[in-house]
Design a protein around this ligand. Structure first.
Ligand code: GLU
Length: 309
């Protein structure tokens, strides 16, 4: 039996001298205030155990990791029809790129780049007021994590609302191509609040378990999605979850994963468990620098890469 706690402890000890590497996201003023030397990691395994190290119980802004939960909700609402509005290919461009969206006539490459996630928020918004759609997401995340204490950080949402000029541009662009059905302000209200979900590594690792266990949370027994849908969401995370760093993440880590500019990464080891890591400093493409290093160490020490050990 692999001693996961010992592996987590060794990763933490080895990374301690490097804490603070990378650059915290400063285009969202609230995120610029975060102490870059924090580091946490948690593993929830399908047998129901959660092991963690460092600052794994401190809530942080999950940002784009929320796109995984919103995608799950949108697929539950409209099923495969979602793919008329969003593609399933890696973008090879920055998370907030505008150029590609124009070239491809308002259809974002995948649900994990910002434009794609904004289209997904529009789908979840259907038939709801923005407040209700946000409430639906919060209920869903609390349900999959089995934790009623999870909240949305209004300060972060407000901060991004005031400065999210690129996202405002992306949304207007899609509206011009008729790929948004609701007013831009409503869609972005949902999008900015989903990004402002505040969760610890322990909560996030538990929330990702349904993706590791064929769509059912093995701790609570809650069936969240079908095994086929869980497999497909994992496929998208592997190919598109790290923006134009997705190939590099697959090469080094070999697990489906989704990053956020808050410095978190959620990774899935199918059949084994769900892993969350948090280190606020980002690399050049906006993914957690040490988070990716920690996951590479974990994959090497456990043999969990989906491509073999
Ligand atoms: N809220 C961020 C944005 O839209 C999310 C980006 C990310 O986490 O990668 O810019």
């Amino acid at each position: 039996m692999t001693d996961l706690q010992a592996i987590l402890d060794s990763i933490h000890a080895e990374l301690l001298p490097r804490l603070g590497e990378g650059k915290v996201a400063d285009y969202i003023p609230e995120l610029a205030k975060v102490d870059p030397k924090q580091f946490g990691m948690a593993i929830a395994t399908v047998d129901g155990n959660v092991r963690s190290v460092g600052d794994a119980d401190i809530p942080f802004s999950i940002q784009s990791i929320s796109k995984v939960f919103m995608l799950t909700l949108a697929l539950g609402k409209v099923g495969e029809a979602l793919w008329k509005r969003v593609g399933r290919e890696p973008s090879g461009t920055a998370f907030n790129s505008i150029v590609q969206l124009e070239r491809e006539e308002g259809i974002p490459r995948n649900p994990f780049v910002n434009a794609g996630a904004i289209a997904v928020s529009d789908v979840v918004l259907s038939g709801h007021a923005p407040r209700e759609a946000i409430g639906e997401l919060l209920r869903f995340v609390r349900y999959v994590a089995d934790d009623e204490s999870i909240t949305i950080d209004d300060k972060v949402a407000r901060s991004e609302t005031q400065t999210g000029f690129r996202n405002i541009a992306l949304a207007n662009f899609m509206r011009a191509y008729n790929n948004l059905n609701h007013p831009v302000e409503h869609v972005l209200g949902v999008y900015f609040h989903q990004c402002a979900l505040s969760m610890s590594c322990e909560q996030l690792a538990r929330a990702g378990l349904y993706l590791a266990a064929r769509g059912t949370n093995p701790i609570t027994g809650h069936s969240v999605v079908s095994p086929k849908r869980a497999r497909r969401i994992n496929a998208l995370m592997l190919t598109c979850g790290h923006y134009d760093g997705s190939g590099d993440f697959a090469y080094h880590v070999g697990l489906p994963g989704k990053s956020g500019v808050g410095g978190g990464i959620l990774a899935v080891a199918p059949g084994i468990g769900s892993i969350a890591v948090w280190s606020p400093g980002l690399n050049k493409v906006g993914n957690s620098q040490l988070g990716a290093v920690a996951l590479e160490m974990l994959a090497a020490r456990t043999g969990w890469s989906v491509f073999g050990d």
